[in-house]
Ligand binder design. Sequence first.
Ligand code: SF4
Length: 459
Amino acid sequence: MYAINLFKNDPIRISIHKNEFTFIRLPSSFHSITDEEVELQINKLAEMSEEIYISVNDTLKGLEPDVLFDAKKAKWVGFTVTLNEKSSDSTGSSIFSNIDADAIKKFSIILDQVKYKGSVIPEITFLSDYTLGPTIWEFFQRFNLPFIFLRMPGEPKGQDVKRVKEAFEYLRIRGFKKKIYFNFDNPYWDEWNKKTLNTFSGITTVHIDLSNKCTHSCVFCGLWGPDFIEESKKNSGTNKLDDNLKNFMNRQMPHEKAIEILESLPFTVKEVQFGGAGDPLTHPNWLDIISSWRNRGMQIEVLSNYEYPSMAELDFLHQLGKGGKKFRFIVNVSAASADVYKTVRPRQTKEVFDKVISNIRYSAMLRNRDGFGIEVVMLQIINLYNYKEAVKMIELAAELGVAVWLKPLEVHGPIHKKFIIPQAEYEEFKDLMSQVLVKAEELKVNLLFKEYIEKIAIA
Ligand code: SF4
């Protein structure tokens, strides 16, 4: 986001959001600027962004709003609408009793004064709290708005945060799906998003589970680990997996749904993570889905065992990695040799291990050659079976030219306990972590969350 002062002595704050719109806040003395000046400046801005949103101040006095549209550059114009303490719906046309009808009326008056009604956006500010949620709802019902702004001053604090949060909750319960932004000319706009849990525009990262399927059998996998499967069979009472669980294990998101989610997300979303209970690359349309999301300019992170992509698919993915934005695959290997790989994944073979390593090697080679492409992070879930290979994992990462993440297995239940490093071997494990640090330094391997390994080593 950029902020620019346009008029030398009368600063206008401008925020440019890539792929979204340029937000311009006109100063309070706007009406002292001539129409020609406005048009000139808007034209200048239009060179930077295709869509311009102009936020005028809270008065219409002296303003000819249509000049903003007639410049053929402003796509939207926003006017401040203040919600006040009066809360009866004097129009009697709403099912809600706590709507601020005055605010609705004020906005209707503004609309009456402009030609391009569909392009006028309310910027709501409020003095009382209980009308906020219902009034926002009513604004969307009556005026068919694409989005609104909530004009909040300064840092998010105390009661105001609570009130906005409650209003959002009110809207969520009613299945509200439209967009609500905090005014971009407030430097704390993203803080407001976070503190009020603004799911209507504030989310920046989305996590999507494309598929619960996986052909691997990591011993620590809560869905596909052999011990977990046995436990589920035992619990079913029939010594078979029950149908609900089988359905869950095979569940995949419909292709159209994945695209629909993409299209309905607010523009504030910058990153998508594909992961979940299975491997996203078992989805029949995984490549198309990932490329659709990438083509919207998203940063991408995928958690995969990396067995499934063919060379041609890796080439395609490599091209998607262009542009400098994060395009990362976190590859769960959890071994540095085929033997340990087979122990950690009892259903897998040396050939699968070789294919995974070959896929990593190929992606890393392309990236090193071209300076763009897939950033592979080799994920090593450290457990009883593989911790003795920890130093070898660093050497393997160095040889392949990728980063590595040594992540001790998290215990979520009694089965996981079987696979953690026994107390009696913990000193050896600590010593190995010290060696890992030295080796990573020596081989210049990017060790993710290194601080965590350092803590283990000196514990
Ligand atoms: S690769 Fe991932 S999803 Fe597949 S079995 Fe292993 S942990 Fe589970």
